[in-house]
Ligand binder design. Structure first.
Ligand code: ADP
Ligand code: MG
Length: 165
C-alpha cells in the first residue's frame, strides 16, 4: 500500500494520527513532509508525533527560526517550518545536512519552500479542511515513498479504523 486517505474529525484525531505514526518511528530516522495551508493541522500532527516520543510540552511552529530541535530520550526530532524561507539555498547555510542525518526524525512544514535542497521524504502527509455532518474536520492523505514507509502505513489502516472514508 502506498497511499492512505483518512478523515480526521477533530483536533484529537489529528494528534492521534501523529502519535500512531510517531510510535512506529522510534529508533529509526525518517523524513516527513507536511503539506497544507496555514491552519491545516501540520503543527497539531507534529505535537502527536512528539508525544509518541515522550514529549508533553507545548509545540509551536518554528516560523522565524525555521527549525525547533527536540533531543529526547526516544530520539532526536527536528521540526521545520519553512514558510518564511526566501530561498532554498539558505538551507545549505544553516547546515541542513546535520539534521537530515538518517538517524533523526525530520518533520517539515512547507517543504515546497525547500524544493531542490531538501532530501526526498519517506512520507508525505497532506492535510486539508473537509466538512462533515459534525462540522469541519481534516482530510489527511498519507503517501508512502520508501519501502520503510510502506510497511509503516499498513498497520495504520487497521488501527485508525474510525477514520476511514
Ligand atoms: P498548521 O501548522 O498547519 O498551520 P496548526 O496545527 O497550527 O496548523 O493549527 C490547526 C488548527 O486546526 C488548530 O486550531 C487545531 O485545533 C485545528 N485542527 C487540527 N486538526 C483538526 C481537525 N481534524 N478538525 C478540526 N480542526 C482541527
Ligand atoms: Mg504550523
Amino acid at each position: 500500500m502506498t497511499e492512505l486517505s483518512l478523515f480526521l474529525h477533530d483536533e484529537t484525531d489529528t494528534v492521534a494520527l501523529g502519535q500512531a505514526i510517531g510510535a512506529q518511528l522510534i529508533g529509526q530516522g525518517a523524513v516527513i513532509y507536511l503539506s497544507g495551508t496555514l491552519g491545516a493541522g501540520k503543527t497539531t500532527f507534529t505535537r502527536g508525533v512528539l508525544q509518541a516520543f515522550g514529549y508533553s510540552g507545548n509545540v509551536k511552529s518554528p516560523t522565524y527560526t525555521l527549525v525547533e530541535p527536540y533531543e529526547l530520550a526516544a530520539g532526536c526530532v527536528y521540526h521545520f517550518d519553512l514558510y518564511r524561507l526566501a530561498d532554498p539555498e539558505e538551507l545549505e547555510y544553516m547546515g541542513i545536512r546535520e539534521y537530515f542525518d538518517g538517524q533523526s526524525l525530520c518533520l517539515v512544514e512547507w517543504p515546497i519552500k525547500g524544493e531542490g535542497i531538501l532530501p526526498t521524504p519517506d512520507l508525505q502527509i497532506s492535510l486539508s479542511a473537509q466538512a462533515s455532518d459534525a462540522g469541519i474536520g481534516r482530510r489527511a492523505v498519507i503517501t508512502a515513498l520508501s519501502p520503510m514507509a510502506k510497511r509503516l502505513i499498513e498497520p495504520l489502516n487497521d488501527s485508525l479504523r474510525n477514520n476511514k472514508t
